[in-house]
Design a protein around this ligand. Structure first.
Ligand code: FES
Length: 197
């Protein structure tokens, strides 16, 4: 196997699922991709950074990649979704992600390097359930007339906005985790590596 091939194995693409906004496909659709890997590939995949091609991720769509056995959501936010963050600023408990558990590039309103792309671990920070997409807004969402879109953890009712910020007075103690990540190009994200010391 050439060096290039080995590197390619190390950065095996782990794109698992893409779902349209409001669609039913979410983390539950993250099939156990590891079943198709050899034991040594599995070991590598367990810790290796993961490359995600976001070139076809349209505004309003979210995709899921698996990194270290966790689902990582990449949401391409529309201008309306970004606008909704202004409305939720005073409804969330840590609007600027100041709790010292997030990379510096998550300490802003959108919790992101690029405003339009949210990258978070799709695991509730309460007891580890998988929140569901609730991207519809208003009464149609079933979340109340003033729901601006976000995520709902069905286990104990924690709600998160479209930056993964937890609403006040909910069981989840912190915002959804932003994993280390960086952009290789405008179309390619690396999850699990950010170049920070
Ligand atoms: S695990 Fe999400 S609210 Fe409890």
């Amino acid at each position: 196997m050439s060096v290039d091939q080995k590197m390619d194995c190390g950065r095996r693409r782990l794109l698992l699922a893409t779902s349209a906004a409001g669609g039913a496909l979410g983390v539950a659709a993250a099939v156990p991709f590891v079943a198709s890997l050899t034991p040594s590939e599995r070991a590598k995949a367990a810790g290796a950074p993961v490359e995600a091609d976001i070139s076809k991720l349209a505004p309003g769509e979210m995709m899921t990649v698996e990194w270290r056995g966790k689902p990582v959501w990449i949401l391409h936010r529309t201008p309306e979704m970004l606008e909704s963050l202004k409305k939720t600023d005073d409804r969330v408990s840590d609007p600027k992600s100041e709790k010292p558990m997030q990379p510096g590039y998550a300490q802003n309103e959108g919790r992101s390097i690029k405003p339009e792309y949210l990258v978070v671990v799709g695991i509730c920070t309460h007891l580890g359930c998988s929140p569901s997409e609730k991207f519809k807004t208003g009464a149609e969402s079933g979340m109340g007339a003033d729901w601006p879109g976000g995520f709902l953890c069905p286990c104990h009712g924690s709600t998160f906005d479209l930056a993964g910020r937890v609403y006040k007075s909910k069981p989840a103690p912190t915002n959804l985790e932003v994993p280390p990540h960086k952009y290789l190009t405008d179309a390619t994200l690396i999850i699990g590596e950010d170049g920070a010391a």
